[in-house]
Design a protein around this ligand. Structure first.
Ligand code: IDP
Length: 142
């Protein structure tokens, strides 16, 4: 059994609509554990650095504007195959294509305002966790 960590964000559209608890509930029901969490408001530099792989794409500026439009919850999730399992729980990027019962199908407003982020590989997860959390902010469970 491989216990893995992934990185997750509850995006500004979901925080604004008071959906933090609903999303955490779904994460916990899926068997993933929150081992670090905080509310932050990203500035443009922080958001641009986070989404650097998308720099130059037509939606980049709007994405940065959205991600800095209000507070977000950032969290580290731990569990068996956490990266893939959390991606499955989120559903596809576009809520119109997301499977029934996924977070994006149930909560996302649009392709951009899609409520949640999740790392797409263990390598991305490690990089994204280090981008937001110091080692001593992460509390592994027994
Ligand atoms: P992911 O969040 O499912 O991993 P990515 O392709 O990494 O998807 O895109 C990052 C974020 O950028 C998406 O979650 C969404 O908020 C936004 N985004 C992606 N593609 C588009 C688009 O074509 N138009 C507007 N926003 C987009």
């Amino acid at each position: 059994m491989t216990i893995e960590r992934t990185f997750s964000i509850v995006k500004p559209d979901a925080v604004k609509r008071n959906l933090i608890g609903a999303i955490y509930n779904r994460i916990e029901k899926a068997g993933l554990r929150v081992v670090a969490a905080k509310m932050i408001r990203m500035d443009a530099n922080k958001a641009k650095g986070f989404y650097a792989e998308h720099e130059g794409k037509p939606f980049f500026d709007d994405l940065v504007a959205f991600m800095t439009s209000g507070p977000v919850m950032v969290q580290v999730l731990e569990g068996e195959n956490a990266v893939v399992r959390y991606r499955e729980l989120m559903g596809k990027t576009n809520p119109e294509e997301a499977a029934c019962g996924t977070l994006r199908a149930d909560y996302a407003l649009s392709l951009r305002h899609n409520s949640v982020h999740g790392a797409d590989s263990p390598e991305s997860a490690a990089r994204e966790i280090a981008y937001f959390f110091a080692d001593d902010e992460i509390c592994p469970r027994d």
